[in-house]
Design a protein around this ligand. Structure first.
Ligand SMILES: [Zn+2]
Ligand SMILES: [Zn+2]
Length: 218
């Protein structure tokens, strides 16, 4: 990958990770996201809406209220066969919902949001939107500056003369520690959540969002 491409924080990109107001409207053709195909319109790139759960309601069908990058609160309606019930155990205020290929939809009750019909395009990521964006910034900064050479807990530097060897967290491969004690301390101090955010950022970063060759799925 060319160096210049890794220097920007992926999830801050407003074309591939748009806020609600930048999503295509389902009643319009948005040429940022669609190309005129031989018979139907085809996506020209990938996009994913991100919003943090502020509330959920609905008994027979689950509706989520989420706050996007611009702090706009919109509804995500789960129109999947199970009406969202498989997702229910993961729904938690402050966690982030990701919806692939979301489009602006007007619901019958006059609220606006995204109507989700396929379970494979929605995922609940167990961290806040701010944590996820921060993890994206950190991954971009590390790509630019290389791995940090000091312990993520005590700050000790890699040093062969006193036998300090840093080892990477095996889950996220983003933070390093001088030993097990520091690694365990960092885990309870917050890396438990950050680690999941890093793993998700890497899931997003492993895909080419600018070229469409078939739909992504969670
Ligand atoms: Zn340490
Ligand atoms: Zn980790």
């Amino acid at each position: 990958m060319p160096e210049s491409k890794g220097s920007k924080s992926l999830l801050r990109n407003s074309v591939n990770f748009p806020s609600f107001s930048d999503l295509p409207d389902e009643n319009d053709v948005d040429y940022t996201y669609y190309d005129e195909g031989p018979s139907v319109f085809k996506p020209r790139q990938h996009w994913c809406f991100l919003g943090e759960i502020v509330d959920s309601y609905g008994l027979s069908r689950i509706l989520l209220r989420v706050k996007d990058k611009d702090d706009q609160v919109v509804t995500i309606g789960l129109y999947t066969d199970d009406r969202g019930h498989a997702l229910a155990p993961q729904i938690k205020q402050g966690h982030t919902v990701a919806v692939l290929y979301g489009e602006q939809h007007g619901f019958l009750d006059m609220s606006v949001g995204i109507r989700v019909e396929e379970p494979s395009i929605i995922k609940i990521i167990p961290c806040s939107l701010e944590q996820l964006l921060k993890a994206s910034d950190d991954v971009a900064a590390r790509k630019l500056n290389g791995q940090s050479r000091c312990c993520g807990s005590c700050g000790k530097k890699e040093n062969t003369s006193d036998n300090t060897h840093l080892r990477l967290c095996s889950r996220c491969k983003q933070t390093s520690y001088c030993g097990e004690v520091c690694q365990r301390k960092a885990w309870v101090d917050g890396h438990k959540t950050d680690c999941k955010a890093f793993v998700w950022v890497q899931w997003f970063a492993a895909r080419n969002w600018g070229v469409f060759n078939g739909y992504f799925n969670f």
